[in-house]
Design a protein around this ligand. Structure first.
Ligand SMILES: NC(=O)c1ccc[n+]([C@@H]2O[C@H](COP(=O)([O-])OP(=O)(O)OC[C@H]3O[C@@H](n4cnc5c(N)ncnc54)[C@H](O)[C@@H]3O)[C@@H](O)[C@H]2O)c1
Ligand SMILES: O=CCc1c[nH]cn1
Length: 483
């Protein structure tokens, strides 16, 4: 497959190159080889993208929701038809196994385009009768939205931001992560092919400073970031300077609470899905696995058995179910956490090492006897490292689950449904799971509370975050005034 894109940027309906920008090598995580080169946007490219998105605003907003929706749904259809090629590219970009990318990434992107394409015609205001007078509301686009992406789900993030933004009549300049710059270009290409007018959805490449330069431009009305909490704080503060709307999809350190009465097989599946999918590089992962003391040993034994089923290898091989970390840098960060876990007294049950193979692979790693104060229980690791902690009572588990600055997700496994709903109500998290983990269908809201974020992606909730309401007061009779 050709991994070198036609050019680095997609602006105003076409590929654009400017090799005077800083070089960004695209590295295939499974081998460490450079598979493409793109160039960071220069100030001239940033200006070109913002000008194109600004110029496209009026025409796009003036189209009916039905017309916009038709284009988004056509894009979804194209994406599904090209699922194989897009999945192969996603695997080159991220290193995630084709076994995952072929069913998750372009699929989830297409779901998002289809869902918001379907909603576009139903985005309406309301009528409020006030005696003989009335008020009507118009749900209007915000204008020009900037999207900034993380590297773990490059196609999904480009679509989760682009689809609701475009459905509401906004235009977008999207900057993917410098680590995974390839997939978003395909999203732009497909939207254009589906009929999105030039300038409606643009992609430019770059490191953090390119993202920062987009946020403060006076033409920008909204910034939607998927990234870490430290970056979120900077982006939120920069957006506040211009009182811009924000969506912040940030990091987490989510709890997964497994009670004695849980179905062990399902609970182990939940812990695997919540820690080792995408080699642990999923924001919502339940990396603090609280296991009630009565089933701790049974849980660990079954988990160790199930981990025998891990197949590391060439992620393009459909039989492989565990890929490398996205980069050498991320691998080093995660190894640092593993060393800290050992140094602080956690028991290494399995994994913890680089296997003897090329690329940025790391074995799935499980720590037991982890305590709440350990670094591996407090900080987001963003790699395949599960921390198992013991607990006695429901009250204790809930208090400890919530004892974190993060609030992205939380899960509970139990057969006691009253307890399950009590836990879900008590969790301080934006997305909760009962007897499952890490599902992210487009129909359901996704996002974090506390430091894990602001706003929600997906579902009808996203419409609130990409549009604004205008109230129009209408008097039908004469108007009285004091003088
Ligand atoms: N909540 C979610 O939906 C979600 C989803 C995926 C990933 N994440 C989080 O993302 C993080 C991993 O991704 P990452 O390492 O790419 O995150 P990151 O914060 O390092 O970078 C995210 C993006 O922000 C850009 N950026 C960096 N500094 C910037 C600045 N000052 N101004 C504007 N843009 C800037 C980067 O270039 C990149 O495109 C993890 O914390 C993970 O939990 C969250
Ligand atoms: O990485 C976070 C977004 C997500 C969660 N599950 C699938 N995608």
């Amino acid at each position: 497959m050709k991994t070198q894109p036609t050019a680095s940027h997609f602006i105003d309906g076409q590929y654009v190159e400017d090799t005077s920008g800083e070089e960004i090598p695209v590295i295939y995580p499974a081998t460490g080889e450079v598979i493409a080169t793109v160039y960071s946007a220069t100030p001239a490219i940033v200006e070109q993208a913002l000008a194109a998105a600004h110029a496209a605003e009026k025409e796009w907003a003036a189209m009916t929701g039905t017309e916009r929706g038709r284009i988004l749904r056509r894009a979804a259809q194209i994406m599904r038809e090209r699922n194989h090629d897009l999945s192969v590219l996603e695997t080159y970009d991220t290193g995630k196994p084709y076994q995952e990318t072929s069913v998750v990434d372009a699929t989830s992107g297409a779901d998002s385009l289809e869902y918001f394409g379907g909603l576009a015609a139903a985005i309406t205001g309301e009528h409020i009768q006030l005696g003989e007078d009335f008020v009507y509301t118009r749900r209007e686009p915000l204008g020009l939205c900037v999207g900034i992406g993380a590297w773990n789900y490059p196609t999904q993030i480009a679509c989760w931001k682009g689809a609701p933004a475009l459905a509401c009549g906004n235009t977008m300049v999207f900057k993917p992560s410098e680590t995974t710059p390839l997939c978003a270009l395909k999203v732009a290409e497909i939207l254009h092919e589906a009929g999105a007018p030039a300038g409606v959805y643009n992609v430019i490449q770059g490191y953090g400073p390119v993202g920062a330069s987009l946020i403060t431009d006076s033409r920008v009305d909204k910034v939607s970031l998927t990234g870490s909490v430290p970056t979120g704080k900077k982006v939120y503060a920069a957006a506040a300077e211009g009182i811009r709307h924000v969506t912040m999809e940030l990091g987490g350190k989510s709890p997964l609470v497994i009670f004695d009465d849980a179905d062990i097989e399902n609970a182990v599946s939940g812990a695997i899905l919540g820690n080792f999918y995408s080699s642990g590089q999923v924001c919502s992962n339940g990396t603090r696995v609280f296991v009630q003391k009565g089933i701790k040993e049974a849980f660990l034994t079954r988990l160790a058995e199930r981990l025998q089923g891990v197949k590391l290898g060439d992620p393009q091989d459909p039989e492989v179910n565990f890929g490398p970390m996205v980069s050498e840098k991320q691998l080093g960060i995660v190894e640092g956490y593993i060393a800290k876990g050992i140094a602080e007294g956690a028991r290494l049950v399995c994994g913890g090492k680089r296997p003897d193979m090329a690329g940025f692979f790391l074995e799935p790693t499980v720590f037991a006897d982890v305590t709440d104060d350990m670094t591996i229980a407090r900080e987001e690791i963003f790699g395949p490292v599960m921390s198992v902690l013991d607990f006695d009572t429901e009250e204790e588990a809930l208090a400890r689950a919530n004892d974190t600055e993060f609030g992205l997700s939380a899960g509970v496994f139990t057969r006691d449904l009253s307890r399950a709903h009590r836990m879900a109500a008590g969790f301080e998290a934006g997305t909760c799971y009962i007897n499952t983990y890490n599902d992210a269908p487009v129909e359901a809201p996704f996002g974090g509370s506390k430091q894990s974020g602001v706003g929600r992606e997906n579902s009808k909730a996203a419409i609130e975050h990409y549009s604004q309401i205008k109230g129009v007061y209408v008097r039908t009779g004469d108007l009285e005034a004091p003088f």
